[in-house]
Design a protein around this ligand. Structure first.
Ligand code: SER
Length: 310
């Protein structure tokens, strides 16, 4: 463990910002090299400018820092991805293939790759969605992540590359902004509630989606990456559950802390995306294989968000 050198791609995003800090606490500041298209807002350790489409640039960073593990977080998410499907496909797929190929060539010992609830579609069972089922995604982001899961599995089987992945639900946290996703409302609502005591939601009141608090999201990622390889029976991507709630339920929980808070609903194109996803997830395989267990429910999430943002 002592000699791990971690390279994180797409580290300026909602999850990367927080995950990089957690990994730096665990492995040491200099053992985690973050990278993104730009400098981070707040530098917490070594950072490099890297476009995930630049496979030579990626390989030379691996050599420069003698990288042993890669966390590949760079992607265009569900809502933004629909604005330019071909570009989304290119960034999401070519970025992954560059990582997988560099991983094999440079003998990277572990790779982390995030998948998503966006791989689910209208034909997928909505409640307690099982690990394997009918997955026909409606967004190019979902299509790319579903293909990516299969590529991860393929590289593990064919080349022995130790790729690990979870299907993240919508992630809610106070530390960073969400960007380009359909679940972003659940982060924005807190900022607006504190600033203006009101929020206009782009999803309908009763749209139930699987969500996870940032603390659980980070812990799931770290625990999966710490697990012994032979315990992992899923090499596509693990179902992962935190909690499930609707905008109306979240709003009423916020109202308990901010009594005058008001929400109105003006659904846009993101409503159809959300409606094609699951309401809840069966993550029993993650629980069995690497002892996954979420800690945050809606009540605790709401209180913790408000405590920190205040
Ligand atoms: N949070 C993501 C999105 O909304 C789902 O992975 O696009």
């Amino acid at each position: 463990m002592a000699a791990e050198k971690i390279l994180m791609l797409g580290a300026n995003g909602q999850i990367g910002t927080v995950l990089a800090r957690a990994l730096r606490e665990k492995f040491g500041v200099e053992s985690v090299i973050t990278s993104d298209l730009r400098e981070p807002d707040q530098q917490s350790g070594p950072h490099e400018i890297l476009n995930v489409l630049d496979s030579d640039g990626l390989k030379s960073l691996i050599d420069k820092y003698q990288v042993t593990q890669i966390y590949h977080l760079a992607a265009i998410l569900s809502a933004r991805g629909e604005k330019d499907p071909m570009n989304t496909w290119k960034i999401n797929m070519d970025g992954l293939m560059n990582v997988l190929n560099a991983g094999v060539e440079k003998k990277i010992t572990r790779v982390f790759y995030p998948s998503t609830i966006a791989i689910f579609g209208p034909s997928t069972p909505k409640k307690m969605t099982p690990q394997e089922s009918s997955f026909i995604p409606t967004t190019v982001y979902g299509i790319s992540k579903l293909a990516a899961e299969n590529w991860c599995n393929y590289y593990h089987k064919r080349y022995g590359l130790d790729v690990r992945s979870v299907r993240y639900p919508g992630v809610v946290g106070w530390q960073s902004e969400a960007g380009g996703g359909t679940t972003d409302y659940a982060v924005e609502i807190f900022h607006e509630a504190l600033k203006h005591k009101k929020y206009t939601c782009f999803l309908e009141a009763d749209t139930r989606l699987p969500m996870i608090y940032m603390d659980d999201c980070i812990r799931a990622t770290v625990e999966l990456m710490d697990a012994e390889s032979d315990k992992l029976t899923v090499r596509t991507s693990y179902n992962l559950a935190g909690m499930s709630f609707t905008p109306a339920e979240l709003a009423s929980e916020i109202k308990k802390h901010i009594p005058g808070f008001e929400i109105q609903y003006v659904p846009d194109f993101r409503q159809a995306i959300a409606a094609s996803w699951s309401e809840s997830i069966d993550d029993s395989i993650a629980r069995k294989d690497w002892d996954w267990k979420p800690e945050f429910d809606l009540e605790r999430l709401t209180k913790d968000m408000l405590d920190h943002l205040r």
